[in-house]
Design a protein around this ligand. Structure first.
Ligand SMILES: [Zn+2]
Length: 73
């Protein structure tokens, strides 16, 4: 995304970080809940989404709203 941004989105070709597949940004399929972010917090191998109370506490500590998404590698 940053490389495409740097070129004014004239070249949308990418190699995916998960499986090194060649594609372009317009071909990506986003399955909800999903999102793009500048920063992320990650939990390795969670069994469930975090409880809303934990999210609220983290948001309180960090001072920003958070959104949970599954990241498959
Ligand atoms: Zn992949």
């Amino acid at each position: 995304m940053e490389a495409a941004y740097a070129k004014g989105f004239q070249d949308l070709r990418i190699v995916t970080p998960c499986c090194q597949a060649s594609t372009n940004l317009n071909e990506l399929i986003y399955e909800p809940p999903s999102g793009l972010a500048r920063y992320s917090l990650a939990i390795s191998s969670p069994e469930t989404f975090l409880a809303p109370q934990i999210i609220e506490k983290l948001e309180e500590i960090l001072g920003v709203k958070l959104k949970q998404v599954w990241f498959h590698v």
